[in-house]
Design a protein around this ligand. Structure first.
Ligand code: CMC
Length: 424
């Protein structure tokens, strides 16, 4: 480890440099305040490393995304979602028997406690599914007191992970069927994760087209982890207080809900529909997105870290074509999306700012073709991102990390005396 020298107020201090396995470098400022009285400030944490991690590597300039070293393109092509979940959580590709065991553990722990079903039953049918998912996840804590301890054994940890993957899937299917006035179907241990999900959602009794289930599986793989984004950092922040895993994941779900993050997939579809209802003139909306006096943003465009292309978006575009062809869906929104993309990619505003379609730009069109309602799109992101959150929570807890506690620079009023009510 080398050091860098920093000159501050006429004093030179040395700060250690940390180097990652892919050559990324960071200046360790842990002791900066104690030695100089200074903190660093970095709004939105755009240049702040909050941890070291062995889970996911991404290089936004080169469009690289790898889980545990394996390129996303290979995983999307050759793996399946549960195998990827195992890889993220346990750090290695499972043997056939390890994978079968993990699949079984998820299946065996997929049923919802009756009390949780009652909680879901009590939500209005137009409740936003993200609020339902977040409540259900926090609510699960009430039913598994043995999993609430700050220090879980390895087997308890694995059970909690499998359970959250299984029960979230079931909760989505259960809530959707309830909103449709239908009797929710139970999970089927003989089906793979994505087939079981589609089967539960649409009461298919396992008869789900294999290509369609594969396309969904690919989508889930692409969403499975993305290092220290807003929701994952939330998971790490909450987990660092030793809050239980259900509360921790529930917080991640809430962070994901926003339209600048996972909520963008819903926002993209709503935007495409708005353009369609407005007559389909997408160039007009490009103009609105560029207008600084207009709050409209091109949803599904831009990314904090990808500045060339989002490797996930490339794969999704292909999956989108497969699903639309297989289901024989001719969605006019696809033409609007393609038009917007084409137009934006040659527009200097987007080119200069390096704004490209992100993972959410085409995923909504796939979800729509699958019959998933628009307000459930972000819930689909939750299903995909769960293994990543769980892997990051596990890594955090095993690393013995300190509680997250950023500093600030106070810019409010300096000391003043209290003024009585009748004198204000
Ligand atoms: N439409 C129009 N202008 C944009 C957009 C957009 N979608 N995104 C960024 N800009 C402009 C922004 O106005 C700013 O311009 P200027 O430099 O003139 O002030 C410049 O590009 C840089 O933007 P920023 O807001 O500083 O970028 P950020 O890194 O803080 O935000 C982002 C990243 C993803 C929140 C943003 O690009 C955005 O709001 N995109 C639309 C929402 C979206 O698609 N979110 C999903 C992200 S992918 C899923 C996930 O992992 O969460």
């Amino acid at each position: 480890m080398s050091n860098v020298k920093l000159e501050l107020d006429g004093k030179t201090i040395e700060l250690p440099v940390i180097e990652g396995s892919e050559g990324e470098k960071a200046i360790d400022i842990t002791k900066l305040r104690a030695e100089t009285g200074y903190v660093t400030i970095d709004s939105g944490y755009g240049n702040t490393g909050s941890c070291t991690s062995e889970i996911t590597f991404l290089d936004g300039e080169k469009g690289i995304l790898r889980y545990r070293g394996y390129p996303i393109e290979q995983l999307a092509d050759k793996s399946n979602f549960v195998e990827v979940a195992y890889l993220l959580v346990f750090g290695k590709l499972p043997s056939a028997s390890e994978l079968a065991e993990f699949n079984k553990l998820i299946a065996d722990n997929s049923e919802l406690p009756e009390g949780v079903k009652k909680i879901i039953d009590s939500f209005p049918s137009d409740a936003h599914p993200m609020g339902v998912l977040s409540s259900v996840t926090a609510g699960l804590s009430a039913f598994y007191p043995e999993l609430l301890g700050a220090e879980l054994s390895a087997s308890e940890q694995t059970k909690a992970i499998a359970q959250l993957m299984g029960q979230t899937k079931t909760a989505m299917g259960y809530f959707f069927n309830k909103t449709q006035g239908k009797t929710p179907k139970s999970t089927d241990a003989n089906l793979d994760y994505s087939t079981d999900f589609l089967s539960m959602m649409f009461n298919k009794d396992g008869e789900v087209d294999a290509d369609v289930a594969k396309a969904l599986d690919v989508l889930l793989i692409l969403h499975a982890d993305h290092e220290q984004n807003c929701s994952t950092s939330t998971v790490r922040n909450v987990g660092s207080s030793h809050a239980n895993v259900f509360a921790t994941i529930s917080a991640g779900i809430d962070a994901l809900w926003g339209p600048l993050h996972g909520g963008a997939n819903q926002a993209v579809l709503e935007m495409l529909e708005e353009i369609q209802n407005d007559g389909g003139d997408y160039k007009k909306f490009i103009g609105k997105a560029k207008d600084k006096n207009d709050s409209f943003r091109l949803m599904g465009f831009g990314h904090r870290v990808y500045k060339n292309f989002d490797p996930r978006a490339k794969i999704i575009k292909k999956a989108c074509d497969v699903v639309l062809e297989k289901l024989d869906v001719k969605d006019p929104l696809l033409n609007i999306a393609k038009g917007l993309e084409e137009e934006a990619l040659k527009d200097p505003y987007f080119v200069e700012r390096k704004l490209y379609p992100n993972v959410d730009f085409y995923s909504g069109i796939i979800y729509k073709a699958l019959g998933i309602p628009t307000n459930m799109f972000t819930g689909m992101f939750v299903l995909g991102r769960l293994p990543g959150w769980l892997a990051q929570w596990k890594e955090l807890r095993e690393s013995g990390a300190r509680i997250a506690r950023p500093r600030q620079i106070y810019t409010g009023a300096t000391e003043r005396n209290y003024v009585d009510q009748n004198e204000r």
